[in-house]
Design a protein around this ligand. Structure first.
Ligand code: HEC
Ligand code: HEC
Length: 265
């Protein structure tokens, strides 16, 4: 398109005088129309051929994460500021509001997966996810890798000042669920995937230590209802469905107050 336009312009300037100027104007306006049409078509085509968000298989997820460039935490600090992540998630990934997720101490693979899931709308459970979609589609793979590396280097939040959920006590205690699970419900211990200190486990198994309990509860309820359905093997959805509301509240408090371990990036 660019070289084509250049060619027409050269042709126009080669013809001098009023005819030449009229010709130039004509060529330029035709070019504008053409660019408009081209852009319009490209957008329409994009829309028509945009692949429906495809569920991950363990292999496709491993591949997508391996395809990301190496992240750099120092560049990630700049991305966090320049793309305004900091205004909602904080300068070091500790969200200043009592409602939004903390990203400090989060595993890089988990953050990167979320950005890919928001991009493809595989994760689309609420307005926050729609907002994150609009932000994620503007990011390059390098920016995703860098900002993910940055959060992984930050210490997990300790006491974020968020009120802890009330109405706990019934059912299994949080610590039992975390460390032993509940064999009678085929409930695997949370720690087997999320680490004994909530520091995160293999691949995208997220860090949970210090997470905002309001967000923690909300997202488990989203897994439960099926609104959040981006987990690769549908493991978290299956576990969440087995938990009672009071167990979710107890787990939210447990993890929010867990002395932070270090994330395994
Ligand atoms: C205007 C506020 C806002 C901005 C700016 C913003 N976010 Fe978010 N972010 C949110 C909200 C809201 C959610 C979803 C909370 C929910 O699900 O309830 C979210 C969720 C996330 C999550 C998922 C957290 C988890 O534990 O699963 C990640 C990762 C994330 N954002 C990264 C980023 C990055 C990186 C940037 C900058 C490029 C950014 N956000 C910019 C508000 C924001
Ligand atoms: C078999 C492994 C496994 C077990 C056991 C497990 N999880 Fe998860 N969990 C994951 C993975 C993997 C993810 C990331 C899923 C995704 O991509 O959305 C996750 C995500 C989560 C999230 C969302 C994190 C965020 O920042 O949004 C919460 C909360 C959570 N798990 C809590 C728990 C609790 C509580 C338990 C125990 C009752 C538990 N998990 C047991 C593997 C597991």
């Amino acid at each position: 398109m660019t070289s084509h336009t250049l060619h027409l312009r050269q042709l126009a300037t080669a013809t001098r005088g009023p005819v030449g100027r009229a010709f130039t104007a004509l060529v330029l306006s035709a070019t504008v129309v053409l660019i408009g049409l081209w852009a319009g078509n490209a957008l329409a085509a994009d829309h028509a051929t945009a692949p429906a968000a495809k569920a991950w298989t363990p292999a496709s997820l491993r591949g997508a994460l391996a395809d990301l460039p190496q992240g750099n935490a120092e560049r990630g600090r700049v991305v966090n500021q320049q793309l305004f992540c900091a205004s909602c998630h904080g300068d070091t990934g500790v969200a200043p509001t009592q409602n939004w997720p903390h990203l400090a101490g989060q595993k890089a693979a988990y953050t990167a997966k979320m950005m890919l899931d928001y991009q493809s709308r595989l994760r689309s459970e609420n307005k926050g996810a729609a907002l994150m979609h609009d932000i994620a589609v503007m990011m390059t793979p390098q920016q995703i890798a860098d900002v993910s590396a940055f959060y992984a280097m930050q210490p997990a939040p300790r006491d974020d000042g968020t009120p802890r959920p009330v109405g706990q006590g019934k059912g299994q205690t949080a610590e039992q669920l975390v460390r032993k699970g509940d064999p009678s419900r085929l409930l695997t211990p949370c720690a087997s995937c999320h680490g004994v200190k909530g520091q995160g486990g293999k691949l995208e198994a997220s860090a949970l230590a210090g997470q905002n309990p309001l967000y923690f509860t909300r997202t488990l309820l989203h897994y439960q209802s099926g609104a959040r359905a981006n987990d690769a093997a549908k493991g978290m959805s299956a576990f969440a469905k087995k938990l009672t509301r009071s167990e979710i509240d107890a787990l939210a408090t447990y993890y929010a107050d867990l002395p932070a371990g270090n994330a395994t990036p």
